[in-house]
Design a protein around this ligand. Structure first.
Ligand code: FES
Length: 100
């Protein structure tokens, strides 16, 4: 897996791809490339976007994303306030390819 940008994100189980855009959240990057991930507040509070990180690393744009330490350890992330720091595989069963 690559550790230099641009990072590529694979969304399972649909097998959709998008790239982490500089300065954008994962959610914003996905939307900008025609992939809709579940979302609502877009500020890390409502947990609508919560999904499993299968592999890779993320950082958060805010100090206290609405996840418990246990949830983070289990691999849950909030894409609306997360940015990829490596190539990622995430699991989002409700992701929609808007380009189709
Ligand atoms: S959309 Fe609300 S926490 Fe991500």
């Amino acid at each position: 897996m690559s550790s230099t940008p641009p990072f590529s994100i694979l969304v399972e189980p649909a097998g959709l791809h998008f790239e982490q855009r500089p300065g954008l959240s994962l959610l914003q990057s996905a939307l900008a490339q025609g992939i809709r991930l579940p979302n609502s507040c877009r500020n890390g509070a409502c947990r609508t976007c919560m999904c499993k990180l299968v592999s890779g690393n993320v950082d958060y744009q805010i100090e206290w994303p609405g996840l418990t330490r246990e949830e983070k350890q289990e691999g849950w992330i909030l894409p609306c306030v997360a940015e990829a720091r490596s190539d990622l595989v995430i699991e989002v069963p409700d992701a929609v390819d808007l380009k189709k």
